[in-house]
Unconditional design. Sequence first.
Length: 197
Amino acid sequence: MQSKKTRSNQERTEATRTALLSAARKLFVEKGYAATSTPEIAAAADITRGALYHHFADKQDLFRAILEDEARAVAGEIEQAAPDALPVRAALIAGSEAYLAAMTVPGRTRLLLIDGPAVLGTEAMFALDAAHAGRTLREGLAMAVGHGLPNGTPVDALAALLSAAFDRTALAIASGADADAFRAAMIGMIERTVAPS
């Protein structure tokens, strides 16, 4: 009997958390972080403010959880598109295309590349990226050393520079720039950086 009650409590807890994340994400995308209040989030999730603060310390904590979910989703799409069975260069190209596609999810660019750095700071966002999409890029480049990248390539520095180019591409596309041209330029940069092996 106790296990059924516990499971029910866990399910309610997860449902409340999911409702909060969904409502907050929608409001943060529509209005921006600064213009969104916790009472609005609680009302949109159809819960009390007390329940919100039971799950998250404050609005920034809730925002951080949303960014972690977004970053995890982007990395998941990259990893799905670039399985270990692919040759290294092909995996880097497939992962690059997956990143750019993942960043077209409505609101994602605003959350991760505009509001995220403004709210949490660039250092926190660099750490978040390093654990997710940046990690996949760094791992792919490390695998390419000796297989399209020269031995001794400074992988961390190269990954940081390419990551900045990916983010700039995502921002340009989100702002209405020629998506095909930016995608082609970004993929071309990867193709020129990592030679066929």
